[in-house]
Write a protein that binds this ligand. Structure first.
Ligand SMILES: Cc1ncc(COP(=O)(O)O)c(C=O)c1O
Length: 397
């Protein structure tokens, strides 16, 4: 295409879209896919296969269910919503209504997108922990809103800094997004801090969006995990989003659910209907099988991840001249500080990719506090972790 045409089309691109970049996670993944033979710790895509009982169950349904290829209603199959309601009350002790308070989504990204569309007007602000999950920043900007960064306390291993929260709230603030265990730091936020967060949100009439892909991966720290959605006091303020992507190794199926107050569910029906009609029915069927049948795959995934966590920490400990790290408490990320000579995390990551064939995600992608850090995803096989660190060791000899 010639420059004249490019210019012509560039003028027709929305400012919100033109103003964002693809997340650095995907940028690094795309760059490394183009290079070949890269040891990649960049993408939080687990190496696990979707468990066999789910795949087999879907094959059977594909053969026997004449409706398998059809739309569902915008909030998803009733069977799935009912199992979700049961699952949610078993996990949180809070009873929810499958019809009025459960929404099936095409994954947490799509669920959050729906929520941002529902609760914001252009110019509004959403509070994100800093560092936060990179894509939340872009989602908010795509709604012509601004992320308001809430710096986490690095000295306390990226814990919530509740004292700083009230000063970030103003008339435009609509919600706070929470991910625990955290992506990118692996921190599990503590119960007392989360309850204080709930109280502040209630006082200022803010929503709390809990984006929860990782609560099954808390290793020896199970007791630290607290689900704020299990607190009835905050029910009207909380939207709980669960993703099948990680615990069920179903990232490509695009499936999740939201538990939300009735009046928001009503609004979300309109947004789903207008944007995508419904989550793919075949994935919803897979979700029913996933939740209905007993399986110990989550414990197995966690055991494998636990070994990978030990390995990556051991390998990080061997390069104290390159990285300083804290052992992550949950999820499958570690967020070390770069202590080797560098200018910024982005240039450091690009240099490592081009010169050592190791892909990491620059910490600056996760918010300003992430500068001078990198995120490493240890959901990949041990030989990939070892290869990445062999190369890092050789490069920084
Ligand atoms: C915090 C967080 N939210 C959402 C997602 C994506 O979830 P889903 O696949 O359900 O859209 C991820 C994936 O890495 C994530 O880490």
């Amino acid at each position: 295409m010639n420059t004249l045409n490019n210019h012509f089309f560039a003028e027709r691109i929305s400012h919100d879209v033109a103003g964002i970049r693809i997340s650095a996670i995907k940028e690094m993944a795309i760059l490394s896919a183009g290079m070949g033979n890269v040891a990649s710790l960049t993408w939080g895509l687990p190496s696990f296969e979707t468990p066999e009982y789910i795949r087999k169950g879907v094959i059977q349904r594909l053969q026997q269910d004449p409706d398998i290829g059809k739309y569902t209603l915008p909030d998803g199959l009733k069977d799935l919503r009912e199992i979700v309601a049961k699952q949610h009350s078993a996990e949180t002790g809070i009873a929810v209504d499958a019809d009025d308070q459960v929404m099936i989504t095409a994954g947490n990204m799509q669920g959050l997108n729906t929520l941002f569309q529902i609760i914001t007007n252009p110019g509004d602000e959403i509070i994100l922990t800093d560092p936060c999950f990179a894509s939340h920043i872009q989602q908010i900007r795509l709604c012509a809103c601004s992320p308001r960064f809430w710096p986490l306390d690095e000295a306390r291993h990226w814990d919530l800094d509740i004292e700083r929260l009230p000063e970030l709230i103003n008339a435009k603030t609509k919600a706070i997004v929470i991910v625990t265990p955290s992506n990118p730091t692996g921190k599990i936020f503590r119960k007392d801090e989360l309850i204080r967060l709930g109280e502040i949100a209630r006082q200022h009439k803010l929503m709390i969006l809990i984006d929860n892909p990782y609560h099954h991966f808390t290793y020896e720290n199970k007791d630290l995990y607290y689900n704020l959605a299990s607190n009835q006091d905050f029910f009207d303020h909380i939207i709980y989003c669960f993703s099948f992507s990680k615990s069920y190794a179903m990232s490509g199926w695009r499936l999740g659910y939201m538990v939300l107050p009735d009046h928001l569910k009503e609004q979300s029906l309109k947004v789903h209907d207008a944007n995508m009609i419904c989550a793919p029915r075949i994935s919803q069927v897979a979700g029913i099988i996933a939740l209905k049948e007993k399986s110990n795959h989550i414990a197995e995934f966690e055991a494998v991840l636990s070994k990978r966590r030990e390995l990556i920490c051991q390998r990080l400990a061997e390069v104290p001249h390159v990285f300083e790290y804290h052992k992550p408490e949950g999820a499958y990320y570690v967020f070390p500080k770069i202590v080797a000579d560098h200018t910024n995390a982005y240039d450091f990551s690009i240099r490592l990719l081009n010169e050592a064939k190791v892909a990491l995600t620059p910490g600056s992608a996760f918010g300003p506090s992430g500068e001078h850090h990198v995120r490493m995803a240890y959901c990949v096989p041990e030989d990939v972790i070892n290869l990445a660190f062999d190369r890092i060791q050789a490069y920084f000899k």
